[in-house]
Every structure is written in structure tokens, then in C-alpha cells.
Ligand binder design. Structure first.
Ligand SMILES: NC(=O)c1ccc[n+]([C@@H]2O[C@H](COP(=O)([O-])OP(=O)(O)OC[C@H]3O[C@@H](n4cnc5c(N)ncnc54)[C@H](O)[C@@H]3O)[C@@H](O)[C@H]2O)c1
Length: 313
């Protein structure tokens, strides 16, 4: 049993990850500003603290073995809303948390970076060795946070994951990520609007990314930086799966969004980690949850809309 501090624990990923950690018998301290609410279960081994990671020295780190750091302003448009806040939360607070963690004797630090740190690459296989050319404030803060964390490698196990875009269900849902958004359009509106559908994007299922954090937790010797994305497919491909599954009409509109990126996760696969789920599984699970009335469309499932209206006053 480990004592684990999870930041951003009430978010899309954290809300799936924390119950898995509890299920494995770990003790969890969940830190989050709760911008999108709190959907974590009540559990004797779980302490939920409504707290901003920027106030590092009041984060309860006594006896903590591992930090899983998920808190950030999590996507490009949200990062652009208030760049100062984005840098403070993602980069400065990460540096302070790492420093404080080392002083408190934390042994292991798992960081949710992003596959988007590479920017737009011409290479067919985007591997961890390629240079980082982040485009947005969000990507830049992730790159800087990674570099800061790597400077602490001699003092604790630093495990950095560069995930693809996550898809699939969570009690704190996100409908602003590609697969989830298109699935909701197909089932609610019978029409999928595709902007520049030839862009290729890497994806990872929610169950796989959260299993990956558990995998790393059990293997502190697997240090360094790992891409984590297993299906590089175009938006048109996703729309096609949805059209076949739901009968929705696909409407294509040209886009000037340049982002077409692929990532190669061979380094991660070589550690023995095996993904189990696909984009098609995520689509199926979302449709099922919607049909069973377990999933509703809400403004708070769209980070940008919700943050603009509620988080930056
Ligand atoms: N979802 C994806 O597709 C994806 C892909 C790559 C990387 N990531 C990264 O994984 C992490 C989790 O992503 P997510 O999809 O769960 O995002 P999310 O927006 O659902 O969760 C982030 C959580 O962090 C919290 N938070 C934000 N600022 C905070 C602060 N100052 N102090 C404490 N809590 C704060 C928010 O309230 C939210 O609950 C993020 O760092 C994100 O950048 C996500």
C-alpha cells in the first residue's frame, strides 16, 4: 500500500484513476480546485482536499510516497484564456511541487505531460528523441514542466507520460476531446461536423491511460519520458466509425487548424505495458451510457465554455 497524492484528482482522468488506486488498496490524497466539480466516491482511504496547487507549501505531503501530477489548465484554448495563470499552474507550481516533494522525502513523481509538446512534425514516427516545438501556451508549459522535473531525477523517480488525446467515459466527463465530442454530436444531433478531417491525431482510451499510471506506480524503475498513444487516426476515420455505428450524417468543413500529429509509443510498449482498448470501444461505451441515461450533455463537460463562464472571474 502506498500513500499517493493526486493533483487534478477531480478531473476527467483523475475521476477514473483515483477509484482504481483505492481499489488496489492505496491511500489517496486528492487535491483539486474542483473547477468542474467533484465526482470522486467517498472511501475510508480517500481524503479530498479542495486546494490550489499554486499554494504548494500547504499541500499535505507528510508520508506521501508518490505524487501523480495531473492538475493543469488542460487544453490549448483554455491555456490561452489567461497565460499567466496557465504558466503559474502548469510550470511554476510543478517546479515548486517537485522541490517540496524532494524535501518531504517523496520517492516517485509521475507527471501528465502531453503528446502535443512535439508541435507539428514531418517525421512519420514521432519518438521521444525528437525536438519539442510546442505551439500553444499549454504545450509550452508542459515542455518546461517536463524539463524542470527531469532536473530532479537524481533525487526521486521521475516518470513523464506524453499522452495522446484521451477518449472514453469518466464520471467527470469531457466532451471537448475529439472522439467524445464527435460521438455526442452523432448521437444527439444525428450530424457530425468535421473540420479539416484529414488531420491525423493520436488517441488513447481512458482505461488505458489510467492503467498506465498504475503500471508506472508499480515500476518506479521505469523512469524518463514515454509517449502514450496507440491509434493515430484521422478525424474522418472517427467520423466514419460513428456514421456506420449511428447512421449520423458527416458534414466536412475546411479548417485552418494545422495540427496533424502522430506519436510512436514503441518505447512504452518495450516496458511491457499493453493497451487493451480502442477508439471504437470508447465510442461504444459513450453511446451505451447515453442510451442508459448515465451520460448527459452539460456545459461543465466543455472545459473552455465552463472556464470562461465560471473559473476566471
Ligand atoms: N484529456 C486529455 O486528452 C489529455 C491528453 C494529454 C494530457 N492531458 C493532461 O492530463 C492531465 C489531466 O487532464 P484531464 O483531461 O483530466 O483534465 P481536466 O481539466 O478534466 O482536469 C484537470 C483538473 O485539474 C484541476 N486544476 C486545475 N488547476 C488547478 C490548480 N491550480 N490546483 C488544483 N487543481 C487544479 C481542475 O479543477 C481539473 O479538475 C492534465 O494535466 C492534462 O494536461 C490530458
Amino acid at each position: 500500500m502506498k500513500k499517493i497524492l493526486v493533483t487534478g484528482a477531480c478531473g476527467y482522468k483523475g475521476s477514473v484513476l483515483v477509484p482504481k488506486l483505492l481499489n488496489e488498496g492505496h491511500q489517496v490524497i486528492a487535491i483539486d480546485t474542483q473547477w468542474f466539480g467533484n465526482f470522486l466516491p467517498t472511501h475510508p482511504n480517500l481524503t479530498v482536499v479542495k486546494h490550489d496547487v499554486r499554494f504548494t507549501n500547504t499541500i499535505p505531503l507528510k508520508g506521501v510516497d508518490t505524487i501523480i501530477h495531473l492538475a493543469s489548465i488542460a487544453n490549448d484554448p483554455c491555456g490561452d484564456l489567461n497565460p499567466k495563470l496557465t504558466w503559474e499552474v502548469s510550470a511554476l507550481a510543478t517546479m515548486q511541487l517537485a522541490d517540496y516533494a524532494v524535501r518531504a522525502g517523496v520517492q516517485q513523481f509521475i507527471y501528465a505531460s502531453s503528446g502535443s509538446v512535439y508541435g507539428i512534425k514531418d517525421e512519420e514516427h514521432v519518438t521521444e528523441e525528437l525536438t519539442l516545438e510546442p505551439i500553444s501556451e499549454y504545450n509550452k508549459t508542459k515542455m518546461v514542466a517536463e524539463r524542470v522535473l527531469l532536473s530532479y531525477q537524481d533525487k526521486m523517480a521521475v516518470q513523464i507520460v506524453r499522452p495522446a488525446t484521451v477518449c472514453g467515459l469518466s464520471p467527470r466527463m469531457r466532451l471537448d476531446v475529439a472522439v467524445n465530442m464527435l460521438t455526442m454530436q452523432a448521437i444527439k444531433r444525428g450530424k457530425i461536423t468535421v473540420f479539416g478531417g484529414k488531420q491525423s491525431r493520436p488517441n488513447i482510451h481512458m482505461q488505458d491511460i489510467t492503467d498506465l499510471y498504475l503500471f508506472l506506480l508499480d515500476r518506479p524503475e521505469v523512469t524518463g519520458v514515454y509517449n502514450a498513444g496507440f491509434e493515430n487516426i484521422t478525424i474522418e476515420d472517427i467520423a466514419q466509425i460513428l456514421a456506420e455505428r449511428t447512421g449520423a450524417e458527416v458534414v466536412s468543413t475546411p479548417s485552418n487548424d494545422p495540427r496533424s500529429y502522430r506519436i510512436n509509443s514503441d518505447k512504452l510498449l518495450a516496458t511491457g505495458f499493453k493497451p487493451k482498448y480502442t477508439v471504437a470501444d470508447a465510442i461504444e461505451q459513450i453511446i451505451e451510457a447515453y442510451n442508459n441515461k448515465e451520460l448527459e450533455e452539460k456545459d461543465r463537460w466543455y472545459n473552455l465554455k465552463w472556464m470562461e463562464a465560471n473559473c476566471l472571474a
